[in-house]
Design a protein around this ligand. Structure first.
Ligand code: UD1
Ligand code: CA
Length: 480
């Protein structure tokens, strides 16, 4: 006889609550840690353990925003996600009921798929935890319940057992608990695996007779305990994985744990992070071994750091590609830019979007680039602004150079003019070029010049008034 294949599990994520305690108009599950919304962290883990699962996300508060965020993220495009609308938030049990009554629920019940329920506000769930939850239920099991001992169980549903350590009888919410029950340290984390038929049956029979007048999903535990079948309990040892986010303080705490996880992984992979506590790195950031990261660095988004790069103190990079061996010095801020191998940037440089710094180029202190490409081995060492510019190789830009790229007018929406500085140009200190303009290959521009016309290759441009010295005049003026 062919072996019966167990139906693959379905996943139900509860994310309709408004998260009143966050005191923010943003739906709770869209608050970010490690550079992405809480909900995304959960979806990523689900994708790892159950890429094929039929997923329902219950949305209500800020529904359009939550849906748009998930639909707009290419990383989830391959997942089978449906959204279920819970119009009024009448509790976690009601949210699950909305889902089980939806077309998703009907498909799931029909397929006899076990249903993994997850709250949308536990961003630190691990794949290890999810795969243990997803192990097939035994024949006699109606559900699997995840519990955990907490030093401080305040706010969580307490697990009530027969005697003190007998079978689970029910879960009592903080607000409904007696003093004795409040002393119980074993809690439920809103993570369950249900047999689909039991889930539907029990949800249809829920009531809201409790302190909050809500339909509690937790009451399904008493329903299961009262049936002739078993509850399989998974006692989880790592309380950290179950840290929930209900208010901004818990958001920060979860963010710190996530950061520590990312930083630890990188550190064990050979990245030298001097101070894990003050270094903030999104999990999406890639860093090759041998890189050194100094305290206070913040590395975000799609940032990629090559081998042997040194990131100095308080450097802030968002979506920046840093080539091997580059040095990014103290206080540098860069966004959506590229820095070539062996280049040096900073201290205190500012790379605005679409800037490219070539290999072995040098961008020094108080230099701002915007939509500017700097060629190999070119040096812009001090106090300069280059916007909408193309600078060739081996160019030397002296101190205090400015590309005047904006003429104050708006013509056809094109407000900024381009500056081209070809290879081997020498730009003296304190010069400005008024765009649109081209400085030809190998040209020299004398210090203090304001250049308004193109300079042909190998020419010397000098655009400043001629010096006159008046002998003795200083002494005479002083005498007055
Ligand atoms: C819930 C549990 C509690 C558990 C805790 C663990 C219940 C009744 N309580 O409490 O036992 O210890 O989680 O984290 O289940 N939601 C909806 N629709 C609603 C209400 C809530 O979708 O009508 C969603 C929320 O968006 C949230 C999740 O369900 O993602 C949990 O809701 P929340 O209000 O945070 O429940 P807790 O008070 O934390
Ligand atoms: Ca919660």
């Amino acid at each position: 006889m062919p072996k019966k294949i167990a139906p693959s599990p379905a996943v139900l994520i509860l994310a309709a609550g408004m998260g009143k305690r966050m005191r923010s108009p943003l739906p709770k599950v869209l608050h970010e840690i490690g550079g992405s919304p809480l909900l995304f962290h959960i979806l990523r883990k689900v994708r790892e353990v159950a890429p094929e699962a039929l997923i329902a996300i219950v949305v209500g508060h800020g529904r359009e925003q939550v849906e748009a965020a998930v639909r707009g993220a290419p990383e989830f495009a391959s997942m089978k996600i449906s959204f279920v609308f819970q119009e009024e938030q009448k509790g976690t049990g009601h949210a699950a009921r909305c889902a089980i009554d939806s077309p998703w629920g009907k498909a799931v019940v029909e397929a006899k798929a076990p249903v993994l329920v997850l709250p949308g506000d536990l961003p630190l769930l691990t794949t290890e935890l999810l795969s243990q939850m997803l192990a097939p239920l035994g024949r006699a099991d109606t559900m699997r319940l995840l519990t955990c001992e907490l030093a401080d169980p305040t706010g969580y549903g307490r697990i009530v057992r027969r005697g003190n350590s007998g079978p689970v009888l029910r879960i009592v919410e903080q607000k409904d608990a007696t003093e004795r029950e409040k002393a119980i340290r074993e809690v439920g984390a809103s993570i369950y695996l249900f047999q689909a038929a039991f889930l539907r049956f029990a949800l249809q029979r829920l009531n809201n007779k409790n302190a909050q007048g809500e339909y509690y999903l937790t009451d399904l535990v008493a329903a299961a305990a009262g049936s002739r079948k078993r509850i399989d309990v998974l006692r989880w040892r790592t309380a950290e994985d179950l840290r929930g986010v209900n208010d901004p303080w818990e958001l920060a705490a979860a963010g710190r744990i996530l950061n520590e996880r990312c930083v630890r992984t990188l550190s064990l992979a050979g990245v030298k992070i001097i101070d894990p506590v003050t270094t903030w790195i999104d999990c999406s950031v890639r860093i090759e071994e041998g890189a050194v990261i100094y305290p206070g660095a913040i590395l975000r988004g799609r940032t990629t750091i090559g081998k042997g790069v040194v990131i100095g103190p308080r450097v802030f990079l968002t979506d920046v590609l840093v080539g091997p061996g580059a040095q990014i010095k103290t206080g540098t801020v860069a966004e959506a830019s590229e820095i070539g191998a062996q280049a040096q940037v900073g201290p205190y440089a500012h790379l605005r979007p679409e800037s490219v710094v070539g290999e072995r180029a040098k961008i020094g202190n108080f230099v701002e680039l915007k939509k500017t490409r700097i060629g190999e081995q070119t040096s812009v060492a001090h106090l300069s602004y280059l916007g909408d510019a193309e600078v060739g190789k081996n160019v030397n830009i002296g101190c205090g150079f400015v590309t005047c790229n904006f003429d104050g007018r708006i013509i056809d929406g094109q407000r900024k003019h381009r500056t081209v500085i070809e290879d081997d140009v020498f730009m003296g200190s304190d010069c400005q070029t008024v765009a649109p303009i081209r400085i030809g290959r190998g040209a020299y521009v004398a210090s203090g010049s304001t250049v308004t016309r193109d300079v042909e290759p190998d020419a010397l441009a000098i655009a400043r008034s001629r010096q006159e010295n008046k002998p003795g005049l200083a002494r005479r003026l002083r005498g007055r």
